[in-house]
Design a protein around this ligand. Structure first.
Ligand SMILES: Cc1ncc(COP(=O)(O)O)c(C=O)c1O
Length: 423
């Protein structure tokens, strides 16, 4: 039996998270925004909170504000940890970018494994991670092994399983780094099994959870994760360029030291002493002054996640992606699409990825003619997401109906290929 718009409306009617959608600013209700996995919508509370910060704190207190702001990276980190990472306090910092945090933690991991000369990642990993690992391998005299998970003979939907990874591990491996959810295919890794496997070989694992945080339960403490990074602006709805986060398991914080020894990591920071003496807690991983405006935006986004509950959020992500897969089978297969995301719901997060030879022009045509916002990822895929707090089921349904209409009518032929730097 076909899945209908009434079925989507029925899912919304039973959805315990449905009321959150009205807490986001939506300037065009006819738009189907299916790109919350790239940049989340703005919570209305963020607008008020940032304005109040500017007037009442930066404006009124000026430099005296630092008395309150000085530890805000740690407080906000704790909120991220509690609401979305399954992390007890004192292990997460909100700071810098994912790229900087990734460099910091991967460098620290390499330094903690002297004598080992191999780093492992995957070819489908996010570019910034691959590029940073290439630089680290060069600077540390290591070999970088990239598992070719773009080849279906090695991995299905780019998914690295323990069986796949085991073939590359030996006692010369210092560091393994993978994404919790693949940025393109949406495949989800088994973080506990992979972390255990890497640890059993004496190596360290750094996770990039950018596409997972705010969409699925991560349970870092329970899963034995040691080191992880991620962003806040996707399902965390914290805004473009909002600070990222890093997680270091409390028992292991003394083992690691990051390469950029900034003044916020100094034990007696305001003694302004001549030599660096690292703070032994989580502050030892902080470089410098955080963006307080950015942190306030994170607070709005992650308070909402904490209130809604990450378990309920994951359930909606699963139901929403299942609905998308049903609509893909119903409409999109016949139009030349192939799905590059696992069908097993525990092997994916909040987005699915659809291959089509005209993917790039289809993505542009949907924006131009249909008010549907997916995104295009090279070489041939569009990604579509449900961001559980900000998206309704019917918004996804309407988006898919417009995708069908647009591709069936070959609207993409009207698009000039190659336009635009951002996809
Ligand atoms: C998986 C992953 N890692 C890292 C990044 C880079 O984030 P940033 O620009 O904050 O360094 C992104 C950005 O989308 C990402 O998706």
């Amino acid at each position: 039996m076909a899945f209908t718009r009434d079925d989507a409306l029925a899912l919304d009617a039973q959805d315990g998270l449905a009321h959150y959608k009205s807490q986001f600013l939506v300037t065009d209700p006819s738009m189907c925004y299916l790109d919350g996995n790239s940049l989340g919508r703005i919570p209305k509370a963020t607008i008020e909170r940032i304005n109040a910060f500017m007037v009442d704190e930066w404006g009124a207190k000026v430099v005296d504000g630092w008395a309150d702001w000085i530890d805000e990276a740690a407080r906000t980190g704790d909120l991220i940890g509690k609401s979305a990472l399954g992390a007890a306090s004192g292990q997460t910092l909100a700071c810098d970018t994912t790229s900087v945090n990734f460099y910091q933690l991967c460098s620290a991991a390499l330094k903690a494994r002297p004598g080992r000369k191999k780093i492992i990642t995957d070819l489908a990993n996010f570019p910034t991670d691959r590029y940073i690992l290439q630089g680290l391998a060069r600077d540390h005299g290591c070999e970088l092994i990239m598992i070719d998970n773009e080849s279906s003979e090695i991995a299905e939907h780019e998914r690295i399983t323990p069986d796949v990874l085991a073939q590359y591990l030996d006692d010369n491996v210092a560091l393994v780094s993978l994404q919790v959810i693949q940025y393109r295919s949406g495949a989800r890794s088994d973080i506990k099994a992979l972390t255990d496997l890497v640890r059993a070989h004496g190596a360290l694992m750094v996770w990039d959870a950018s596409h997972a945080i705010g969409a699925i339960e991560l349970d870092f403490d329970k899963n034995g994760v040691d080191l992880a990074v991620g962003c806040t602006y996707k399902y965390g709805n914290s805004g473009p360029g909002a600070p990222a986060w890093l997680y270091v398991r409390s028992e292991r914080q003394r083992e690691f030291s990051v390469p950029i020894q900034g003044w916020f990591a100094q034990r007696d920071q305001f003694e302004m002493g001549p030599y660096f003496e690292r703070s032994e807690d989580m502050r030892g991983f902080q470089i410098a002054s955080p963006s307080i405006i950015g942190l306030r935006a994170i607070n709005c986004g992650f308070e909402m996640i904490g209130q809604a509950g990450i378990a309920a959020i994951e359930t909606k992500a699963r139901m929403g992606t299942s609905m998308m897969i049903e609509l893909f089978d119903q409409w999109l297969v016949a139009l030349g699409f192939e799905m590059n995301t696992p069908r097993n719901p525990i092997e994916r997060g909040g987005h699915i990825s659809l291959r089509h030879e005209e993917a790039k022009r289809i993505s542009a045509a949907l924006r131009t003619y249909q008010k549907v916002i997916p995104d295009y990822r090279a070489p041939n895929q569009i990604r579509v997401a449900i961001s559980p707090l900000a998206t309704s089921y019917v918004e996804v349904f309407d988006g898919f109906e417009r995708i069908r209409k647009s591709v069936a009518g070959k609207e993409y032929l009207k698009i000039n290929p190659g336009a635009g730097r951002v996809t």
